[in-house]
Design a protein around this ligand. Structure first.
Ligand code: NAD
Length: 281
């Protein structure tokens, strides 16, 4: 395939998506408002490719070719030639709305506009554009190079053609795509995030330590990671944002974010990305 895709946001998800796309042979433009995030994103991709070379899953030539396929930019205009644009910027409704309004203006008329949002309704994002049929959720899992699933979310107006394009792109990236309908948190975070939030309540109420809560869920439920370690991996700011979307969107208090989660985010303890969350890194 010699298509170009653009990834908006070079954070942990954006650089992971750029990584798998480049390894699969696609030209990738990685865009971020922060120059530093682009540098860090590139370094992360280089480090992860190197790990794959050491494991023998790709060779050195493939690593170099993948890196050469990635260009970076600090302006959204750089997405104008892409046939698929995947937005993976910070999980904030106002920010996503603005990015999609801008993409609507800039992107090629037949481009697919996908969002990697964890929870924000696709229908609402699509409604900010004049082409809601071309807007879709393409929800990768963290870490993107490792995890098999892509949750593909159809908004109310998403067309069959857009869905087929994204299902086929996910397959060409070596992923398994599952199609679901639009609702706050979709399926993945509708089920996962209340569990994480409940684990934070257990910690806040002293039911267990972080280690004991995580060990119960790992050994007792056969989860590969405990919920608090997973929250640190996802980012506590992202977890809080998702709980707020569930709470607001579904309107049931069972989705209220745990005050301890809010406190950690207020403190800047965001998990792995800030060096401290429920654990220290
Ligand atoms: P992150 O904080 O690591 O990265 C976000 C990046 O977006 C930052 O580099 C920031 O500079 C950039 N950004 C902010 N505003 C921008 C703009 N206007 N234009 C371009 N870039 C902008 O966050 P992340 O964990 O990579 O999450 C990104 C998205 O992926 C969110 O929507 C999140 O919900 C979703 N997601 C996250 C996970 C996870 O486990 N962290 C999993 C699936 C989906």
């Amino acid at each position: 395939m010699n298509e170009r895709i653009a990834v908006v946001g070079a954070g942990q998800m954006g650089n992971g998506i750029a990584h798998v796309a480049a390894v699969s042979g696609l030209a990738v433009t990685m865009i971020d408002v922060a120059e530093a995030a682009l540098g860090k994103g590139r370094d992360t991709i280089a480090g992860n490719l190197e790990r794959q070379v050491k494991k023998g899953t790709i060779d050195a030539a493939a690593r170099e070719a993948a890196l050469a396929r990635i260009t970076v930019s600090t302006t959204l205009e750089a997405a104008k030639d892409a046939s698929v644009i995947i937005e993976a910027a910070t999980e904030r409704v106002d920010l996503k709305f603005r990015i999609f309004e801008d993409l609507d203006r800039l992107a090629s008329p037949d481009a697919v506009l996908a969002t990697n949002t964890s929870s924000i309704p696709i229908t609402a994002i699509a409604a900010r554009t004049k082409r809601p049929a071309s807007v879709i959720g393409m929800h990768f899992m963290n870490p993107v190079p490792v995890m098999q699933l892509v949750e593909v979310i159809r908004g109310l107006a998403t067309s069959d053609e857009t869905t087929a394009k994204v299902m086929s792109l996910a397959k060409s990236l070596g992923k398994t795509a599952v199609e679901v309908n639009d609702a706050p948190g979709f399926v993945a975070n509708r089920v996962l995030m209340p569990m994480i939030n409940e684990a934070v309540y257990c910690l806040m109420e002293g039911v267990g330590t972080a280690e004991s809560i995580d060990t119960v869920m790992k050994l007792g439920m056969n989860h590969p990671m405990g919920p608090l370690a997973l929250a640190d991996l996802i980012g506590l700011d992202t977890c809080l944002a998702i709980m707020e979307v569930l709470h607001r969107g579904i309107g049931d208090d069972k989705y209220r974010p745990c005050p301890l989660l809010r406190k950690y985010v207020d403190a800047g303890w965001l998990g792995r990305k800030s060096g401290r969350g429920f654990y220290r890194y």
